[in-house]
Design a protein around this ligand. Structure first.
Ligand code: HEC
Ligand code: HEC
Length: 300
C-alpha cells in the first residue's frame, strides 16, 4: 500500500502536491528544515482537517472565545520547556479548564484523541508545528514528533484535568504569560431551542445513546459519562453551545462519530439542555456550528 510517510514509496501522482508544499515551506524555512517536513505534511494535514479542523478550523485560527487558535500558539508552546510534552498530552487526553490564549478567554472542553495511533498523533503535531506560517523559534533545534515519544505518554493516561493542571504549572513559571491582565471577553447571547427539537432529540437519543448514557442520562450501563447534573454543568456551562455540539459531532456515538446531520446534532443538544434545566422557547437552536458559536450556555 502507498504510505505517504515513506519518501521512497511516493508515487508520481503525489508529486505535484509535494512540490507545491516544498516550495511553500522552503520560502519560510531553512532548507534543511523543510526536507524533513515534506513527507509528514500531507498526512498530518489530512488528519488535522478530519479530527481537529471542525473546531480549530482548517486555517488554525480557531473561533474567538470558543476554540483557541493554534496559529502562533503552538509555536509558543514549542518554545517553552515541557511545551512539547504538553502538546502531546493535549491531543492524547484532551483538556478542560478556563484559559486565556492570545488575550482571549476560553472555557471549553477538548475531547481526547487517544483513539488515534501514535503515528497519527505525531503526524498531526508535526503538521500544526509548521502549518499556517507556524515555525519553531529555533528551526535548527526542532525535532519532528515521533511515534516512539507518544507511546510512553499514552501509557500515563493523561486526562483533561491532569493536562490542564500541567498547563497551569507551565504558565506559572512564565511571567510573560501571567502578564495578560485584560483578556477580551466576547459577549455571547443566551442559547435558545424549541420543544420540537427536544422531542426529536429524545427520539434519536433513545435509539443511539441510551444504552451507554442511560434512560435517565446518568445511569448508563456501558460506561457513558453522565449527561446531566453537576458533571454536565462543570463541563459545558461556562462556554458556547458550539463546544458541546462540536464535541458530540466529533466523538459521539463513539463507533461512528459525525454520522448524523447538523440538524440532528442540534436536536440532541436541545434534548440534553432541557434535561439539564434549560427552558425551551420559540427560537430554534440553529444547526450550523458557525451560527451556534455566539450562543452561551451560561445561566443566571
Ligand atoms: C470538539 C472541538 C475540538 C476538537 C475536535 C479539537 N479541539 Fe483542541 N481545543 C478545543 C478547545 C475547546 C480547547 C480549549 C479547552 C479549554 O478551554 O480548556 C482546545 C485546546 C487545544 C490546545 C491547547 C491550546 C493551549 O493554548 O493550551 C491544543 C494544542 C489543541 N487544542 C490542539 C488540537 C488538535 C491537534 C486537535 C485534533 C487532534 C484538536 N485540538 C481537536 C476544542 C477542540
Ligand atoms: C458505546 C457507548 C456510547 C454511546 C452509544 C454514546 N456515548 Fe456519549 N460517551 C460515551 C463515553 C465513554 C463518554 C466519555 C468519553 C470521554 O470522556 O472521552 C461519552 C461522552 C459523551 C458526552 C460528553 C460528556 C461530558 O460532559 O464529558 C456527551 C455530550 C455524549 N457522550 C453524548 C452522546 C450522545 C448524544 C450519544 C448518542 C448520539 C452518545 N453520547 C452515544 C459513550 C457512549
Amino acid at each position: 500500500m502507498l504510505n505517504p510517510y515513506r519518501k521512497h514509496k511516493i508515487m508520481p501522482w503525489y508529486f505535484g502536491a509535494l512540490v507545491v508544499l516544498c516550495l511553500n515551506f522552503s520560502m519560510s524555512m531553512q532548507a534543511s528544515f523543510a526536507e524533513g517536513i515534506a513527507p509528514a505534511a500531507p498526512r498530518g494535514q489530512l488528519l488535522f482537517n478530519t479530527y481537529c479542523g471542525a473546531c480549530h478550523q482548517p486555517t488554525g485560527i480557531g473561533v474567538p472565545s470558543v476554540f483557541p487558535p493554534l496559529v502562533g500558539n503552538v509555536t509558543d508552546w514549542l518554545s517553552r520547556e515541557k511545551g512539547r510534552d504538553y502538546l502531546i498530552r493535549v491531543v492524547l487526553g484532551g483538556i478542560e479548564g478556563a484559559m486565556t490564549v492570545k488575550g482571549v478567554n476560553y472555557a471549553g472542553a477538548m475531547p481526547s484523541w487517544a483513539s488515534l495511533d501514535d503515528e497519527s498523533i505525531a503526524s498531526i503535531l508535526n503538521y500544526v508545528s509548521i502549518a499556517w506560517g507556524n515555525q519553531p523559534s529555533q528551526p535548527e533545534k526542532f525535532e519532528f514528533f515521533k511515534a516512539q515519544e507518544i507511546h510512553p505518554i499514552r501509557e500515563e493516561k493523561p486526562t483533561p484535568q491532569s493536562t490542564y493542571a500541567l498547563r497551569q504549572r507551565l504558565l506559572a513559571v512564565d511571567l510573560k504569560v501571567q502578564a495578560v491582565t485584560n483578556p477580551v471577553v466576547i459577549k455571547l447571547r443566551p442559547v435558545s431551542f424549541t420543544t420540537q427539537q427536544v422531542q426529536e432529540g429524545r427520539e434519536v437519543y433513545d435509539h443511539n445513546c441510551k444504552d451507554c448514557h442511560g434512560s435517565n442520562l446518568d445511569n448508563g450501563e456501558f460506561g457513558g459519562a453522565p449527561l446531566k447534573g453537576s458533571y454536565f454543568k462543570q463541563h459545558w456551562e461556562k462556554g458556547s453551545v458550539a463546544n458541546l455540539s462540536a464535541y458530540m459531532k466529533n466523538k459521539m456515538p463513539p463507533d461512528r462519530p459525525g454520522v448524523f446531520s447538523d440538524k440532528v446534532y442540534a436536536d440532541l443538544v436541545a434534548f440534553l439542555l432541557q434535561s439539564n434545566g434549560y427552558e425551551a422557547g420559540s427560537v430554534a437552536l440553529p444547526s450550523q456550528l458557525s451560527a451556534q458559536q455566539g450562543l452561551s450556555l451560561e445561566q443566571d
